[in-house]
Design a protein around this ligand. Structure first.
Ligand code: ADP
Ligand code: CP
Length: 315
């Protein structure tokens, strides 16, 4: 089998939840299992893969569970909610990968790594929450929660209302070297869940957790640069990126250069909180020397890697 190199594949937290009626643990495992089959197809084609993942919906569910059980149990801070989500999604993906390797008679092993990401304690994002988490709500419920529980809520890219929390820019990934060593040793790694658990460094270099949720596309791009990945894939709910998205003159894009992506971005083609951070993350990856990036949905990763679909972004 021809070796293709190392790919970082970022799987969206929303892509584990097909719709509002399918968000139980078995539903999410089913969706995760399907995504992991496509990752194993990639591995069979010769790629070494680090799977990173979002946690926006899940971290919000965990936080809400903690808030609703306050009369009986202790609070869970947002960094610990992030850690919990890495554990459960990491478990889910590692198990699905193990079972798929077994079914295909492949001698591969998966390992999930709890990952911490260092952010700047003075990041302005702490004063301006933008990261949507948890369930979608109607406007009335969102505004009631804002007034009664002090939530910050926004309309999320035409899909409904959501709670938002601070999302500082990832600066360093504490476990990047460990992930690199595991990949070089032939493991399929699950890491940088939810962009990593946000931590700051105190004056003595000690790590301290902070209340935020990192954007997984930014965290994944940083990891892709730190381990010199050959390819950065963002797996989400759309087969391709569009300009004039959801408008009568919508046009799907097969390939764009970083300069074209930047121009479309400035023209406002990519929605804030959904496609915009993906394009920004890919531009960071390419600007720092990354060679190529792909946006597509899980079921089309195999075809996209053969050049048949997806949106490719190149320097
Ligand atoms: N220009 C665009 N082209 C394609 N999809 C877009 C565009 N702008 C916004 N989107 C939306 O962005 C979504 C992906 O963002 P999101 O659901 O936040 O991702 P994630 O899979 O990381 O959770 C797509 O499913 C689509 O609805
Ligand atoms: N942490 C994060 O970016 O999660 P989503 O991709 O699920 O929004």
């Amino acid at each position: 089998m021809e070796k293709k190199g190392v790919a970082v594949v970022a799987v969206g937290g929303n892509s584990l939840i097909k719709d509002e009626d399918h968000k139980t643990i078995p539903d999410q495992y089913h969706a995760g299992k399907e995504s992991m089959k496509h990752i194993v197809d990639m591995i069979e084609q010769g790629w070494e893969v680090v799977v990173t993942h979002g946690n926006g919906p899940q971290v919000g569910f965990i936080l809400r569970r903690s808030e609703l059980s306050r009369h009986e149990l202790h609070d869970v801070s947002l960094d610990f909610c992030g850690a919990d989500s890495q554990g459960s999604i990491g478990y889910m993906f590692a198990m699905a990968l193990h079972n798929e390797f077994l079914a295909r008679g492949m001698k591969k092993q998966a390992a999930a790594i709890v990952t911490q990401t260092i952010v700047d304690r003075n990041d302005k994002a702490f004063q301006n929450p933008t990261k949507p988490i948890g369930s979608f709500m109607d406007e009335k419920t969102a505004k009631e929660r804002r007034d009664k529980e002090g939530w910050v809520v926004v309309e999320d890219a035409g899909r409904g209302w959501r709670r938002v929390v601070a999302s500082p820019i990832p600066q360093k990934i504490v476990e990047a070297e460990a992930i690199n060593s595991l990949i070089k040793a032939g493991f399929t790694v699950v890491g940088v869940g939810g962009g990593g658990i946000p931590v700051i460094e105190d004056e003595n270099g000690n790590l301290v957790g902070v209340e935020a949720v990192i954007d997984k596309d930014f965290g994944s791009a940083l990891l892709a640069n730190l381990i010199n990945a050959d390819l950065f894939v963002i797996s989400t709910a759309v087969e391709k990126v569009a300009i004039n998205f959801n408008k009568p003159d919508q046009k799907w894009i097969d390939k764009m250069t970083a300069a074209e992506a930047r121009k479309y971005m400035e023209e406002g083609h990519f929605a804030k909180g959904s496609m915009l951070p993906k394009i920004q993350a890919i531009l960071k990856f390419l600007d720092a020397g990354g060679k190529k990036a792909l946006i597509t949905n899980p079921e089309n990763i195999g075809r996209a890697l053969k050049g048949e679909t997806g949106t490719w972004i190149v320097p």
